[in-house]
Design a protein around this ligand. Structure first.
Ligand SMILES: [Zn+2]
Length: 617
């Protein structure tokens, strides 16, 4: 044993001195002008794409046109992919699907990673780390020409802490190549992009697996007993199957039907690693004596669910021992049961829907966040496969300033420290241009890849690079909105009115002033357009009184008012409303909130202002 330690020490010394030797040497950029990008003949599609991306980005930063070749040259080379990298020693057998290693030596650069995405992600990591390239938006890549003549030799290795990462904004969802550059692995399925992480986010599933439309009439007992009645025939607001009901989870036929559905899904899609068996999106869980007895005994409504999920997981394991059954730990199932443990092939997707979005999850003064952290910790003791579904927008008001930018970093660090394996960060997925969404997506995506980065530095970096001289007043606006929400003790979750986030006339006017100043400072049409697009949140804040008048309760039908809207509100808001809707049209913003289209909101405004058909807003 002693001998082994001594030997190991000698080897370590050897490696250290080699690395020290390497850090003293440099790779001259000028020596690279004839360097081939070496891609072996057996490279997979994403490694070929990685070589093309290297070629494009190298041209931007080093100004050199490099050729892609299957054979090395006598001078320096760029080796892309595990097999090419065999020419220089870069180990890749321990890197999983996405880990990467970069080696810079006097004779060239090697970038290699695990398959299928490690090498491609390694190329992006290389340009970010060594050349300061930043993928800011789908149409804005900051790739400054190198201000240095040589790279210092050395090695860099990185494996992302989260196996699956999804910054679910339309900005990501609608731009595959950008999503790949941000290393979101849930959008671009094509092989050239390395495909997606196959372990998908677990979502509501019972409405598909045991639809009450199919079984309800004949078997009302399959569905939850609520207020003395089986909820099988749901209509009106609850007509959406996902909102209508929950199955009775102690009914053996329900277990059989859902198990069959899961097995059928696996047989249809044999390459999927996980299947969701999850509650629908409502609180109508079954209160029948059998269900209630388990929940009461275990002091948690997660008890019947987990017992049910475990039973399916056991059945699935008999035929498909490699598959996992995932379930949402959501709302009424958040608290862990006393004794029922998830079986080893069960994965848990915890949701933060109740939590304050204004304060970090780790804030000890916000009870609802403290409760989530306790549940996360408890579930973490019970399972090694925890995933998170969290939120990053205001679903009631996409366009209002949303004071949660400061919390993305601490929240993701909490998840990383809690050994969470995948994150679904739900933003405004069905429209581009929600409140500061370009910035929000940037900060989120970078932190999902590496939660050890600084959120504040990422905010500053984006503002400086994207808005240039117009950045300072935009930063002032962000600080104002965040400071104000904290100062007023706001703790609202992701369903908020302006007042919930502390937005009033004073904040709206300060926000308008900040963007007015930013527009004056913008030094090109391009920057002016970026600022103008971002300013939509200021005009939205300025018309909050109209929206309040239209809706008493967000997402309910607009109230019918016999009286006209107060004249003061009309006078105060009308010019801003006109600009707001014009800018939404100009920049392709199509949704007012998660459900209401911009054109519908515009009609409500027109009615509130009592405009005739020919009158412009
Ligand atoms: Zn029941």
């Amino acid at each position: 044993m002693k001998h082994a330690i001594v030997t190991c020490g000698i080897i370590m010394l050897g490696i250290c001195s080699m690395l020290l030797g390497q850090t003293e040497s440099r790779l001259e950029l000028a020596a690279m002008k004839e360097a081939p990008i070496v891609l072996p003949a057996d490279a997979i599609a994403s490694e070929k794409y990685a070589a093309e991306e290297f070629q494009r980005l190298w041209k931007m930063v080093a100004g050199q046109d490099l050729a892609i070749s299957t054979s090395p040259a006598s001078g320096p080379c760029i080796w892309i992919g595990p097999n090419a990298a065999a020419a220089v020693p870069v180990r890749t057998d321990d890197l999983g699907e996405e880990g990467l290693r970069i080696s810079i030596a006097p004779n060239g650069i090697a970038i290699a990673g695990g398959r299928p995405r490690g090498t491609l992600y390694g190329v992006y990591e290389f340009f970010e780390k060594y050349f300061g390239v930043r993928f800011l938006t789908h149409d804005h890549t900051h790739a400054p020409p190198a201000a240095f003549t040589a790279l210092t030799c050395g090695q860099h290795a990185f494996t992302p802490v989260f196996e699956s990462r999804f910054s679910s904004f339309a900005e990501t969802r609608r731009n595959k190549e950008f999503s790949v550059r941000m290393r979101c692995n849930q959008v671009a399925t094509e092989a050239q992009y390395g495909g997606i992480c196959k372990n998908r986010t677990n979502s509501h599933s019972f409405f598909r697996q045991i639809p009450s439309k199919t079984y309800g009439k004949e078997h009302p007992e399959y569905y939850g007993l609520v207020d003395g009645e089986r909820r099988w025939n749901v209509d009106g607001k609850d007509a959406m199957p996902i909102l209508g009901n929950q199955p009775c989870l102690t009914n053996p036929d329900v277990l059989r039907i859902v198990t069959e559905s899961v097995l059928e899904q696996i047989e249809k899609h044999p390459d999927i690693p996980n299947v969701s068996v999850s509650t629908n999106d409502n609180f109508h869980y079954c209160r029948c004596p059998a269900c209630a007895a388990i929940d009461e005994r275990e002091q948690s409504n997660a008890a019947t669910l987990l017992a049910f999920v475990n039973a399916i997981a056991d059945e699935v394991a008999k035929k498909h021992p490699d598959k996992k059954i995932g379930t949402l730990i959501y709302q009424y199932t958040r608290k862990p049961p006393k004794t029922i443990m998830p079986h080893p092939n069960v994965q848990l997707q915890l949701c933060t829907i109740e939590c304050s979005q204004v304060r970090p999850l780790t804030d000890p003064d916000v009870d609802i966040n403290v409760a989530f952290c306790e549940d996360l910790k408890e579930w973490g003791r019970r399972s090694k496969d925890i995933r998170i579904w969290t939120y990053n927008t205001n679903f009631y008001n996409y366009l209002l300033p949303c004071p949660n930018l400061w919390n993305i970093e601490p929240n993701l660090r909490l998840f990383a420290a809690s050994s969470v394996r995948g994150i679904y960060m739900q933003g405004a997925g069905n429209t581009i241009g929600s409140s500061m969404s370009d910035l929000r997506n940037y900060v989120t995506s970078r932190l999902l890849w590496n939660p050890q980065l600084s959120g504040q530095e990422l905010i500053d970096e984006f503002l400086n690079l994207h808005y240039g001289p117009a950045a300072p007043p935009i930063r002032r606006f962000i600080n104002l909105v965040h400071d104000n929400a904290v100062k007023r003790g706001c703790t609202k979750n992701c369903f908020a009115t302006g007042a919930d986030y502390g937005i009033d006339d004073e904040i709206a006017l300060a926000t308008l002033a900040a963007f007015h100043e930013a527009m004056q400072l913008a030094d090109s049409d391009e920057v002016r357009q970026r600022v103008e697009k971002a300013s939509i949140c200021a005009y939205r804040a300025a018309v909050e009184d109209v929206w309040k008048w239209i809706y008493d309760v967000p997402n309910e039908r607009p109230n019918k008012h016999d009286e006209p809207m107060p004249a003061g509100t009309i006078l105060k808001t009308r010019p801003y409303a006109a600009i707001l809707f014009r800018l939404c049209e100009k920049y392709g913003v199509t949704m007012w909130d998660e459900l209401v289209k911009i054109e519908t909101a515009r009609d409500y405004f027109r009615k509130a202002y009592r405009l005739s058909d020919n009158e412009p807003l």
